[in-house]
Design a protein around this ligand. Structure first.
Ligand code: NAP
Length: 262
């Protein structure tokens, strides 16, 4: 779908990849609905975007997507708005063994990464189909391709996102709808700081596999316009994923034995 004059919802727009989607879409979009918990961040972003793009309309929704009631309220609200582009980007991770994880944080991952994404898709897809125009960009992760001890629940939520998105794409084919799954490897955002239990608040060092946030957002938006099913930003990640995704589960199990997860 061409993104000029689109009306987009971006979850997790207060930071990282979501904020970058908003910045890159702003010169082309008619309306942006920015969703996150940190209202001050969203207001700051709205001021920045409107200053640069005076014709742009920016609505802010301060929503906690780990709260099912708030998610359903947002979903109901959005069905009354002329949204033709949904970016399900909000996500949280947790680094460490599953048995020692904070149970509330475990639930939060499922609620934000899986439930909210599913509810918003269910709310907006019917109208897109009826209008024969629409796009959904689901931000998954390369972590979703494999069972990953150390980030077990997070990786499983992202496996859901990838599988769900592919199935919705197939169901919506021929309806003028684009569904794309974005599967980044490491990106330099606040994500790892939030996910890392011991060093919460400390910025991790960028590694070889890291891709700049600007490139990740650009790859996602370009993939929507090119109607691509799945995109892994960055050549190094593409190569690593092409190899690992081809491995049989029995070989992966052997490899996992040699890794420490705590
Ligand atoms: N960075 C990476 O290395 C990486 C790699 C692969 C995939 N991803 C995926 O990319 C997406 C964006 O992550 P990021 O790297 O941009 O992380 P980030 O910088 O930590 O941003 C996460 C965004 O999600 C929002 N969010 C988190 N919990 C929320 C909640 N309960 N309710 C509403 N919004 C919530 C945050 O807003 P508030 O805190 O203001 O609510 C923030 O805007 C995620 O789905 C993540 O899984 C990231």
């Amino acid at each position: 779908m061409k993104l000029d004059h689109c009306s987009a919802v971006i979850t997790g727009a207060s930071a990282g990849i979501g904020r970058e989607f908003a910045r890159q879409l702003a010169p082309r979009a008619k309306l942006l609905v920015l969703v996150a918990r940190r209202r001050d961040r969203l207001e700051q972003l709205r001021t920045e975007l409107v200053a640069r793009n005076p014709a742009l309309l920016v609505n802010i929704r301060e929503i906690d997507l780990s709260n099912l009631e708030q998610t359903m309220q947002l979903a109901a609200l959005l069905t009354n708005e002329p949204i033709d582009f949904l970016i399900n980007n909000a996500g949280v991770g947790d680094h460490g063994s599953f048995a020692t994880a904070d149970p509330i944080h475990v639930n939060e991952q499922v609620l934000v990464n899986v439930l909210a994404l599913t509810a918003l898709t269910r709310a907006l897809l019917p109208r897109m189909i009826a209008q024969k125009r629409g796009a959904i960009l689901n931000v998954s992760s390369s972590a979703g391709f494999l069972p990953l001890p150390g980030i077990a629940a997070y990786a499983a939520t992202k496996a859901y996102v990838t599988s769900f998105s592919e199935a919705i794409r197939a169901e919506a084919q021929g309806c003028g709808i684009t569904v794309t799954t974005l599967c980044p490897g490491p990106v330099d955002t606040e994500f790892a700081e939030v996910a890392n239990r011991e060093s919460r608040g400390k910025k991790p060092r960028a590694g070889l596999m890291h891709v700049a946030v600007e490139k990740v957002a650009q790859a996602g938006l370009r993939a929507i316009e090119q109607d691509k099913a799945l995109i892994i930003p960055g050549l190094a990640m593409k190569i690593v994923m092409a190899i690992t995704r081809g491995l049989p589960l029995s070989a992966i199990r052997v490899a996992l034995r040699f890794i420490s997860y705590n």
